[in-house]
Structures are given as C-alpha cells and as structure tokens.
Design a protein around this ligand. Sequence first.
Ligand code: MN
Length: 365
Amino acid sequence: MSGFGLQNLPYGVFSEPNGERRIGVRLWSSVVDLSVLGGHLAAGSLNPLMAAGRHEWTAAREAVDDLVATEPPLIPLRDVTLHLPFEVADYTDFYSSEHHALNVSQILRPEAPGLSPSWKHLPIGYHGRSATVVVSGTPIQRPCGQLAEGVFGPTRRLDVEAEVGFVVGVPGRRIATTDFAEHVFGVVLVNDWSARDIQAWEYRPLGPFLAKSFATSVSPWVTPLDALATVPPLVQDPEPLGYLLPPGPGFDLRLAVEWNDTPVSSPPFASMYWTAAQQLAHLTSNGASVRTGDLFASGTVSGPARDEVGSFLELTRNGAEPVKLADGSLRGFLEDGDRVRISATARSAGGKQIALGSVSGTVVA
Ligand code: MN
C-alpha cells in the first residue's frame, strides 16, 4: 500500500482474534504493535497518549521511529480487527466550505441562494452525537424518520459528506488559534452520513438533528498533526475578528470519494474557507471547554468543480442528475447495499506524498 511509509505512521487500535486491544501504527500493509514500548502506548485506546500533550507526543513519535528502524513486530493488516482509535468525547461538525455552502443554497433554496449573513464572520457549526461515531467498516443502517408532513419511514435521500476531522488531545477553553497544535493530536477522515429528506423537514430553525445523528464514520487511523505539511490558508475577506486571527495553518489534503468502487469526486481540502485552528478557537470562544477525545469535523469538503464536491446532494443536484457508476447503473442517492469509501492523500512534513486511512461504510436496509 503506497502512502503508508516511514513519513506517515498513523496511530490506530487493533486486536488479534481473542486478543486485547492494543495501539499500533500502520506501516505499508502491516501494523506495528506499540505495546512493547510501554507507558501511554501500552493502553487500549489513544486517549491517555492524546491527553499527555505535545511533549509526550514528540517523545512517542521518536520511540516509534526508533522501533520501526530496528526490527518492529509486524502483523499483517488482514490478520487484525481495527477499532475506534479513541473514545469520542464530544462531536462538533462545521460548515466551512464556501463552495459547499453556496451549492447547497442553490439546490435547496433557489428562491434565495447565497451565504447566510454571518457565514463569513464565524465558522458555522452544530453539536453532533458522539455516541454514534463509528469506525470505518461499520454497516450503516438506513435511518427512519419524518420525511415530510405525515410521512414516517426509511429515508429516500441517504447521502454522504466527505470531511476531515480533528481530534483534540489536550483539554482547554478559549483556545487561541496560535495554540492549535498544542491541543490537537491528529487528523481522521470522516463520513457525516446525512438523510436529506429528514434534514429538509426538520432543520429550521435550529439546524441538523436526527438527519445526521444516526451514524458518523471515522477512519481507523489517526494521522498525527506533525506528519502533515502545512500550507497558507485562503485569504479571508472581510477580515475576521481578532479572536480568529492569525488564521493558523491550512492543510493540502486531496480527498477521493468512491461509490461502489467508482471514483466520483476528489474534494480539495485546501479550498476550505475557515481553518481548523479558527474552528477550535470559535468553538471555545464563549468559555465552552473541549476535552480529550473531542472530535470536530471540517464540514463537507467541496471544491469549485462538479467532480470536486463532497456530497451526492451536490454531485447529482439533489437526485435530478444521476451519476453513472462503473457497472452502468444510475444513482441519485444511496441504495441499500451501496458502499462508499473516502480516502485522501497529503504532503508529509518531510515532503513525500502520504495517504490518510480511508473511511468506508455499506448501507443496509
Ligand atoms: Mn457535515
């Protein structure tokens, strides 16, 4: 597997048949068992390491590099089960792609398209449901809900949202954008499964609720922030308020969305309007605290082109323009048995192209 070499080494939690959960890093198509290193790395989840802070993160990284450079205990990926790598505390989802926000407004509110008045003044978000954050590979049961007035049943407009998630290690409140890397441990890929019919009927005036809380999938691998190269963020106009400045780093990730193994989109994360540092600063600006295991996701990543959008709502214009998959079938929204895989490549801090762990899910009735 390309992209999982020495410059990457994402953390995960695995078990062998009848075995306990252990922390490992991915190296090519294998897992390196880190329990031999002891300390925080001998735990059954990443939370103790994540809570320990940047100094410990750097020390762990050096110990892992040393271990991998010798003769590491390798276990083939096919022989292990991968688990949720951290205990999810609170989950917040943002809405920080300008292209996505404009596309959605044009599709769902053609009578009054455009950004809402506050959109360029603060990163809009909502608090989600951490109890239903699941690891990649977990089947996604088609949710039921109110689809319209007087109609309760299985959603007919099941969709995906390709997103990038940031995992908080060190707790805090009123976190300055300049302290972002002291608090955020790493990055996962996220699929924020969404039922568009439930969403359309329920979301006004308080925002997403049951349309999204039934399942959110994350990749089993957490790429440490330090492994990723940073890029300058977009120029923001109007200039944000002082507590959102400086904006903090951008990350040049290129996502890829496959629908039943047919590549349908490649969303560019570098096109996001608000940075993760601004999202965390805003999330805690009122005095709200974040704790170890908090997950905040970017919002659907959509670029300017039709084949760069991060949702099927946008890809198929709300089902009106179906896409053709490799087997010749047409799709507007997800059907039972459909599988979606989101992967990503990035530039590593060392300059090489690396991969993020992918997130997949199959829809069941
Ligand atoms: Mn979302």
